[in-house]
Design a protein around this ligand. Structure first.
Ligand code: 5AD
Ligand code: SF4
Length: 479
């Protein structure tokens, strides 16, 4: 799309995405003016907290900034600093508050500097009240529902000296066709749906990301085709619960049907998706995965707890036995499947017996890897009101025991690949040792092997010589 042709003297159009394109042009006039006065383009730095959804959102913010004439930088003392925040656990919030004090120091030294906060944390009223009161040097706040308004808000922020706060409580809107600037040339996330309707009792996501909204298949396919034309080899379909994709569309489509359509796009070599809720994982999806050349043999299937009693209290709609049976079915239909998971320790009322059930599932399922979290009380969620919060020392002890088991079973599980030669998509030069490159197997495992930057974006055969726990060392197989 050409962003240089909008006429500037007309009023802002009411329809999207034309309205945002209009404001990108307006911002461009601002950056041109900055360039003339300062002899350089204004710089912008985006810092992303949290999940792949936020990473993808940041690519969209970056796309708008680049079109508007900003120069993207890693420097934290940039002219525009954006924090795309997460609030899934309290730690994420504390990190942002900690950084804000530091940013204020930088802002005092750079008179051009503007500070923007967006993302999930901003959808919480208490957070925004606190920022208004204690961090008045912030220039712009917006949330997850109106992220597509960024160009317009950026322009309004440039025009004003007051803190600008624009937050929506909810939305049913999906705005298509805004630019994105990808972090990697060879892989990309693709949003297929937004929001979550599950209301797991510990989770704040449904409150900050709103109700489930699926994108139309034709819009998703057009985006994937465009990515393929740009040379992207791997895509990750993104949603809080991809297994319920399409249910609310005017013409409902299942996630498995969408995958089959995406698979037909020439040029795309690997398809991943995230995240699957066990309660909605259909036989149709298992069959499509089993029969697919491109869908990666990896499933991230959050367990959260192995205790059926706690799963009930978490509002997860499955039992320990049901979950294990599902994993067995998956493994029998997709033999090389790698399973990974999320587990929470210390959910209110968790007893030693409940916790032992979780350890039992870890032993039975044998995950390739697992993300383990200490339960974090999120204001506004039902579980925050539960009376029987577990004491910190007990939680810490359980967390350490779980981590040790996850590491042990993960290493054993992963070492089954040792000695095999597998295709690896090379992602970057190794950050510790520049004689190595780092890439990913189809099952999402990481491997480091000797190579140079010319391999980035290529899929090459690599022999997995040594299992190091959650990752491999390897050798490229030539010929
Ligand atoms: N406390 C701890 N972990 C949480 N998660 C979500 N909410 C909380 C919470 N309040 C974890 C879940 C989810 C992952 C993205 O974050 O395991 O799958
Ligand atoms: Fe949170 Fe549950 Fe929705 Fe995942 S499925 S985002 S854990 S409410």
């Amino acid at each position: 799309m050409d962003y240089t042709v909008t006429e500037q003297n007309t009023a802002a159009p009411a329809d999207e995405p034309r309205r945002q394109q209009f404001f990108i042009e307006k911002c461009r006039m601002y950056t041109e003016d900055f360039r003339i006065r300062q002899g350089r383009a204004p710089s912008a730095n985006i810092r992303t907290f949290g999940c792949q959804m936020n990473e993808r959102d940041s690519e969209k913010l970056r796309g708008i900034l680049v079109c508007a004439g900003y120069e993207i930088t890693d420097r934290e003392d940039a002219d525009l600093v954006i924090y795309n925040t997460c609030t899934v656990r309290e730690n994420a919030n504390l990190k942002v508050y900690g950084r804000l004090g530091y940013l204020n120091g930088l802002k005092k030294k750079n008179p051009h500097m503007r500070i923007v906060l967006c993302g999930c944390m901003m959808q919480e009223k208490e957070v925004v009240n606190k920022i208004r009161k204690s961090y008045p040097f912030v220039d712009l706040i917006f949330g997850t529902h109106n992220i597509w308004q960024f160009a317009e808000l950026l322009f309004r922020m440039q025009e004003s000296r007051e803190m600008l706060v624009e937050l929506w409580d909810s939305t049913d809107k999906v705005v298509e066709e805004l630019p994105a600037q990808r972090t990697y040339s060879f892989k990309s996330g693709v949003n297929i749906m937004y929001g979550c309707n599950n209301f797991c009792t510990y989770c704040i996501v449904p409150y900050v990301r709103g109700r489930e909204r699926s994108r139309e298949p034709k819009d998703i396919l057009r985006e994937v085709e465009q990515l393929a034309a740009d040379g992207v080899a791997e895509i990750m379909l993104l949603g809080q619960n991809v297994n319920s994709y399409g249910k609310t569309l005017e013409h409902p489509v299942s996630f498995a049907q969408l995958l089959q359509e995406v698979e037909k796009v020439e040029g795309i070599q690997r398809i991943r998706f995230m995240t699957s809720h066990p309660k909605d994982l259909s036989d149709e999806l298992i069959e499509v995965m089993a029969g697919s050349e491109k869908i990666c043999p990896h499933l991230h299937l959050p367990l959260q707890s192995g205790s059926s009693r706690l799963l009930g209290k978490m509002n997860r709609h499955y039992t320990k036995e049901g979950y294990i049976a599902l994993c067995e079915k998956l493994r029998s239909r997709i033999p090389d499947l790698s399973l990974t998971t999320d587990i929470i320790v210390g959910f209110p009322g968790e007893t030693e017996e409940d916790f032992l059930e979780t350890l039992d599932v870890v032993r039975t399922v044998r995950y390739d890897s697992a993300f383990t979290f200490i339960y974090s009380k999120r204001t506004g969620t039902p579980a925050a009101q539960y009376p029987d919060q577990v004491p910190e020392e007990i939680v810490k002890d359980r967390f350490d025991r779980l981590l040790a088991l996850v590491q042990e079973t993960g290493r054993e599980q992963i070492s089954r690949f040792e000695g095999q030669t597998q295709p690896v998509l090379v992602e970057h030069v190794n950050t510790q040792d520049a004689s190595l490159v780092t890439g990913r197997l189809a099952n999402n495992l990481i491997v480091h092997f000797p190579g140079d930057a010319s391999l980035i974006g290529q899929i090459v055969p690599v022999t997995l010589t040594e299992c190091k726990g959650f990752y491999f060392m390897g050798e490229r197989k030539i010929g």
